[in-house]
Design a protein around this ligand. Structure first.
Ligand SMILES: [Zn+2]
Length: 181
């Protein structure tokens, strides 16, 4: 059983629009801009032996406002730009009552089954409370970038930016740290 890092897509791997209190993810390719500076950080996670998996809620699919074709193109670009093992999508909205829409842990448990992942030794990286809650329910460690979207759910670690977050994560999962803990 391997440890993994689950990475939220919107706001971490690609830019989002801020509208009022909300993050709005891109719906079309012209709205889609990768945070390419994140790629070296993901290479470090991969080099540390972690399975790297992207997870994303895309309720626009269920609502009919997100085309599957555009979404597939975006995800092809993500797979080309970043060293990821897999990318899992929840296409549902709340009304669908699916088990995979974060904060539910369905995408994490699905990936755990598919990849032989030990969730208790795994991490979730995000800037939103839904991922922190999914991590808690799945028994993984949540690592959050400080943001207005952290809510009042349980957070294991909150760091000021992504580079310091990844540094902390690598310290936590190094065998030497575990041995001396
Ligand atoms: Zn779902």
């Amino acid at each position: 059983m391997k440890p993994a890092v689950f990475i939220e897509r919107d706001g971490i791997l690609n830019r989002v629009r801020i509208e009022g209190q909300q993050q709005i993810g891109p719906l079309t390719l012209d709205q889609f801009h990768l945070n390419i500076e994140v790629a070296p950080l993901l290479h470090e996670l991969k080099a540390a032996g972690l399975v790297v998996i992207v997870t994303t809620n895309q309720p626009g699919l269920s609502r009919g406002i997100q085309s599957r074709r555009d979404l597939d193109c975006m995800h092809q670009m993500i797979r080309q730009a970043f060293p990821i093992n897999d990318l899992l999508v929840c296409p549902h909205e709340d009304a669908d009552r699916c088990p995979c829409r974060k904060p539910k842990p369905g995408l994490l448990t699905e990936a755990a089954y598919k990849w032989g992942i030990d969730l208790n030794r795994s991490f979730v990286v995000s800037d939103k409370w839904q991922d922190a809650e999914a991590a808690r329910r799945a028994g993984a460690t949540s690592m959050l970038v400080r943001s207005p979207w952290l809510g009042d759910v349980h957070h294991d670690f909150v760091l000021p930016d992504l580079p310091s977050l990844i540094e902390k994560l690598l310290q936590l999962c190094s065998p030497r740290t575990l041995a001396t803990a």
